[in-house]
Design a protein around this ligand. Structure first.
Ligand SMILES: Nc1ncnc2c1ncn2[C@@H]1O[C@H](COP(=O)(O)OP(=O)(O)OP(=O)(O)O)[C@@H](O)[C@H]1O
Ligand SMILES: [Mg+2]
Length: 314
């Protein structure tokens, strides 16, 4: 549905994105993850035909974003990072107006607007002036304007910024529900948001693509993905020393102290070492209680930190 090849964008002499390639299948939710200034918004602006790339190509539904921008625009709903809204209009008027501009049939407009307001939780404020809404509700109106023409593709640039935790949960749920019916690109630097709703993730840093895979595979590929969590009732220093003495253990960190004297330990393990079976006998030997032992999977956050910091170091 979306194909990006060797995309490059310069602002003057500044290379904002550098030879980025990826594709998004129909019905997929792709996460676009990167720190501030990585080039997320720049990439989305090219896809939404806001400005042309300096090099490479971007195609949406088979249409070139530069050559056939009208065809591309017709298929995309875009929530930009700063939503430009007509602050003097009422919510329902504004959404009807946007529907008209985007070519929704006059006969179908009322139904589309009502449906979109329902999806975005705007029914209670449909008659309110946009400029008088809270930031979170304005963000919802932004999402609604992206959805109102029922586009095949949705591009959302930081959709949950400025929302309260309840609204964040609602919007994420809404984005999740859009999967299948629509193709979605979700830009964010909020990791849980991406791992929660996206099937696949692109990680970019300083304009370059550093990884593309499912959140699970990315976590698995991580260099030291093998970590074991144990909870032991015993003197922390001695436990750290005993665990650290097990062959294959690279590092032991005290994670959490509990009231009952059982501390949590994060045990980093060399790849391939069978440390899990070696731990219980050591604990028993010292007369301590083993309260919990489990493999701790690397999170997308670990991957992100590893990839982005190793890039910086390189
Ligand atoms: N119009 C512009 N003119 C010059 N440089 C720009 C312009 N827009 C962005 N840049 C630069 O290009 C780089 C990428 O910016 P971009 O806005 O795409 O990053 P981003 O990943 O969206 O970051 P954020 O998470 O902060 O939104 C940054 O170094 C930024 O300063
Ligand atoms: Mg941005």
């Amino acid at each position: 549905m979306i194909e990006v090849e060797g995309l490059t964008k310069r602002y003057g002499s500044h290379l904002a994105i550098d030879d980025i390639s990826f594709s998004v299948a129909k019905g997929e939710i792709l996460g676009f993850l990167g720190p501030n200034g990585a080039g997320k918004t720049t990439t989305m602006r090219i896809l939404t035909c806001f400005f042309p790339a300096t090099g490479g190509s971007a195609r949406v539904a088979g249409y070139d974003c530069f050559e056939d921008s009208m065809e591309v625009r017709r298929r995309i709903g875009y929530l930009p990072e700063n939503v430009p809204l007509y602050v003097d209009m009422k919510v329902d008027e504004y959404l009807s107006f946007v529907a008209g501009v985007k070519g929704v049939d006059a006969g179908a407009t009322a139904d589309r607007v009502a449906r979109t307001m329902h999806e975005c939780g705007l029914e209670d404020v449909s008659g309110r002036i946009i400029g008088q809404l809270s930031k979170g509700y304005r963000q919802r109106v932004g999402l609604a304007q992206a959805l109102v023409a029922d586009p095949e593709i949705l591009i959302l640039d930081e959709p949950t910024i400025g929302l309260d935790p309840n609204q964040i949960r609602d919007i994420r749920k809404l984005i999740g529900e859009l999967a299948g019916a629509r193709t979605v690109i979700l830009c964010s630097h909020i990791l849980p948001e991406i791992s929660m709703v996206c099937g696949r993730v692109v990680i970019i840093n300083k304009g370059r693509l550093v990884a593309i895979d499912t959140p699970e595979n990315l976590a698995r590929q991580l260099h030291h993905a093998a970590t074991i969590f144990v909870r032991v009732a015993g003197p922390a220093e001695d436990v750290v020393a005993a665990l650290g003495g097990i062959p294959g253990v690279r590092e032991v960190e005290v994670e959490a102290t509990h009231g009952d004297g059982a501390n949590g330990y994060v045990v980093a393990v060399d790849e391939g070492a069978d440390v899990r079976r070696a731990i219980p006998p050591v604990i028993v030997e010292h007369g301590w209680d083993l309260e919990e032992i489990r493999a701790r999977e690397a999170s997308l956050e670990d991957v992100f930190v590893e990839l982005v910091t190793s890039e910086v170091a390189a």
